[in-house]
Design a binder for this molecule. Structure first.
Ligand SMILES: C[S@@+](CC[C@H](N)C(=O)[O-])C[C@H]1O[C@@H](n2cnc3c(N)ncnc32)[C@H](O)[C@@H]1O
Length: 278
């Protein structure tokens, strides 16, 4: 049987995320912190108090907890605790391993990946057959921030599509941008951001956002049995992403659930216009 993991400090968001995964996997975990009253305590099945890492008796107290719960691993998203334990765990706490990699490295890794993406887009642009005017490209940092935020939105717009769109918008004529099929809003975010950066125009998102229209009637029913909820996609995820810091719909931007010719209802919201056919 896998030995228990100590999570310290237990109230940090990454600790709580680890706790959820561990409990789902049936891993025994012990929460721990140095606070007199830690609001996270109620979320843990077992708990142990430890002094602050700067305290003289920290090592001794940790050894007691390790022995009491037969701890085999320690998860810590705190960079100072991680660095300290990483340096001394083998000698000071033999038989116990750090279960996560450096929090500093893992926190910044997605930003490095995004910067790398920005550099690749600039170094290897999609060849576009057009003889019209071409706008100068966004900087690597601007493309990186676009990519980084798009990655936080669930959806089907993959890296190559983002890369292609980054180049296509440099050649796009001025005018409204229409997206057919927005779902959670991943590609909508990319389109809205690029349309803003390149001064192309407003974005119009068209989607029925209805479970009935999601039915593909595929032969084996593999697609249709995936549990998705169109109402949730619209009211929670799309709206949430639309309101997020980087995806401000501007006056004139629209989301609609049917083609423009049959618009029975419009709703105004935060300086933009959502058009719904319900
Ligand atoms: C694959 S998802 C879109 C993914 C999205 N573009 C992204 O980046 O993640 C397809 C979407 O098309 C929508 N859809 C299906 N039939 C449609 C139609 N006739 N007109 C417009 N949208 C439609 C569905 O409701 C669904 O939200």
């Amino acid at each position: 049987m896998v030995r228990p993991v100590l999570i310290f400090p237990a109230g940090m968001p990454r600790s709580l995320a680890y706790l959820e995964r561990a409990l789902a996997d049936g891993q025994r975990v012990i929460g721990s912190s140095s606070l007199g009253h830690d609001p996270a305590r109620v979320r843990y099945p077992e708990w142990a108090h430890l002094p602050y890492i700067t305290a003289d008796d920290f090592d001794e107290a940790l050894r007691r907890v390790i022995s009491e719960f037969d701890i085999g691993g320690i998860f810590t998203p705190n960079p100072v605790v991680w660095d300290y334990l990483n340096r001394c765990i083998a000698q000071a706490f033999p038989g116990v391993a750090l279960v996560n990699t450096s929090p500093v490295v893992s926190e910044v890794a997605p930003y490095h990946k995004a910067l790398q993406f920005g550099a690749t887009v600039l170094a290897d642009p999609l060849p576009v057959a057009t003889d019209g005017p071409v706008k100068s490209s966004l900087s690597a940092l601007e493309i990186a921030s676009l990519f980084r935020h798009a990655e936080s939105i669930p959806g089907m717009c993959d890296h190559e599509k983002i890369r292609a769109l980054c180049e296509l918008f440099r050649h796009a004529p001025t005018g409204d941008v229409v997206e057919i099929g927005s779902w959670w809003g991943k590609s909508a975010f990319v389109l809205a951001r690029l349309a803003t950066c390149y001064g192309v125009g407003n974005l119009l998102c068209v989607d029925p956002w209805s479970n009935q229209h999601l039915l593909q009637k595929d032969e084996k029913g593999l697609v249709d049995r995936v549990p998705v909820n169109a109402d949730e996609a619209l009211t929670h995820t799309f709206t949430h992403n639309s309101l997020s810091m980087f995806f401000r719909l501007r006056d004139g931007d629209r989301a609609m659930t049917e083609p423009p010719l049959s618009i029975p209802r419009t709703g105004h919201w935060r300086g933009c216009c959502i058009v719904c056919c319900l």
